[in-house]
Design a protein around this ligand. Structure first.
Ligand code: CAO
Length: 408
């Protein structure tokens, strides 16, 4: 079967996480992604290594299904080769520090001159303004996009989330921008610039907290467990804070991930009262309606926890779901990597790598019925130099010399 992006070519100058997470999705959707690295390679090949002299899991889990070429963009020959390569590609993607591509000599004007159909996608920390020239990492974006100030408990410090919303979250926003630009090019024949700032992507994901910031001007947020409110949305622990209350309650045997997150919809209250052995609360006017429960959500979840603490989270999952009550056991990373249903959904995938052997990676969360994803290993550094430079640019005889001079 074909792939959605068959025939689309991506020259991938991304590094670390945000950019590679974007181009990996494009590769899984069928694009030919050629990762262009400095001769020393993407820094993450060597970061957080678990095995000596082998590409790290950091690298191998973000660069599947790509090819790798090396090119020194600071050498004159490197710039010439890049200029010859560019017309062969539809998309150029990068996430270097601000101005790096300009300093290589390839401003947006120059790129358009070389290839007017080029879609040039850049990820930066920030948009235009006082922070434009600042570098950014994951948690910097979480800090400035509204996530950290709203994550954690009211009496504790701001917290970072484990999900990489600043990096991989921005990557997926960039995928959307690139696909829209490809579609528009069908009509205009022209490429365009796609820029996504990590701060903006996190803010987009923290949208509901700005909803609550504005609700706050009309009174306290009743759905939050907090007793006091200032002029900003407080951290609210595990409260959903949304239309239906939720909380993480403890389960047996009391380990660090023996919890289940339970949502109490209006229809869920009666079956919950039966499950927890308090059926009289279904009729009690102090408890029977969502409004009556709103000022004592902490007590409501305590009642549920008094029951759940004697049962394992999987048992609680089964019992609650039998009553159609939305809930989710807190799954550890070990439970996730061993989860049979995630493996069956190709979300935890085993890949063979020539140097590290078999490793597990996270598969593609976007499922298309006519474009299946086959997860293939990440490339070794410069593995496809010959394939690209010799076959596409006819540089076969010069390859050894270019390597000796440090151009590739
Ligand atoms: N040949 C020669 N030089 C190359 C090259 C190549 N093929 N590819 C990159 N380089 C050079 C660049 O030209 C640049 O050099 P100059 O600064 O001298 O122009 C340098 O390598 C890369 O610079 P950088 O600022 O991107 O790298 P850094 O490690 O100092 O910063 C990061 C990393 C992530 C903070 C920065 O890239 C950044 O802010 N990116 C945008 C935001 C982002 O994506 N962050 C995600 C981080 S993932 O957690």
């Amino acid at each position: 079967m074909g792939k959605a992006l068959e025939g689309v070519r991506v020259l991938d100058m991304t590094h670390v996480q945000s950019g590679p997470s974007c181009t990996q999705i494009l590769a899984w959707l069928g694009a030919d992604v050629v990762k262009l690295e400095a001769p020393g390679g993407d820094i993450t090949r060597k970061q957080l290594r678990d095995l000596p002299d082998v590409d790290s899991l950091y690298f191998t889990m973000l660069n599947c299904n790509k090819r790798s070429i090396t090119l020194n963009m600071k050498s004159e020959e490197g710039k010439r080769i890049f200029t010859d390569l560019l017309p062969r590609f539809d998309i150029l993607a990068e996430n270097f520090g601000p101005g790096a591509i300009d300093r290589m000599g390839f401003t947006w004007d120059r790129l358009q001159e070389i290839n007017p159909r080029l879609i040039f996608a850049s990820i930066k920390g920030f948009g235009d303004g006082p922070y434009t020239h600042f570098k950014a990492y994951e948690v910097v974006a979480q800090a400035m996009g509204g996530s950290m100030s709203t994550t954690g408990f009211a009496d504790g410090p701001p917290l970072a989330t484990g999900a990489q919303i600043g990096d991989s979250g921005t990557g997926i926003h960039t995928v959307a921008g690139i696909l829209a630009a490809l579609y528009q090019r069908e009509h205009t024949g022209r490429g365009q610039r796609v820029t996504v700032a990590m701060q903006h992507a996190v803010l987009n994901l923290a949208r509901v907290k700005l909803r609550d910031q504005q609700r706050l001007t009309h009174g306290p947020l009743k759905e939050y467990p907090n007793k006091e409110f200032g002029d900003t949305v407080p951290r609210s622990g595990n409260a959903s804070g949304g239309g239906q209350p939720g909380w993480a309650v403890k389960c047996a045997p009391g380990g660090p991930n023996d919890y289940i997150y339970v949502i109490v919809q209006p229809v869920g209250w009666e079956p919950i009262t039966k499950l927890i052995g308090r059926p009289e609360l279904a009729e009690d006017p102090e408890w029977s309606t969502p409004e009556a429960r709103l000022n004592k959500l902490d007590k409501m979840f305590q009642l549920i926890e008094d029951w759940s603490i004697d049962h394992g989270k999987w048992e609680v999952l089964a019992k609650l779901n039998a009553q159609n009550i939305p809930c989710g056991p807190i799954l550890s990373t070990k439970e996730i990597i061993e989860d049979e249903s995630l493996a069956a959904n190709d979300m935890v995938v085993k890949v063979e790598h020539p140097e590290r052997g078999q490793f597990s990676t996270v598969g593609c969360p976007i499922k298309l019925s006519d474009s299946p994803v086959d997860v293939e290993r990440s490339p070794l550094l410069g593995e496809h130099n010959e394939e690209v430079y010799a076959r596409e640019l006819g540089l076969g005889e010069q390859l050894a010399g270019l390597k000796a001079k440090g151009v590739i």
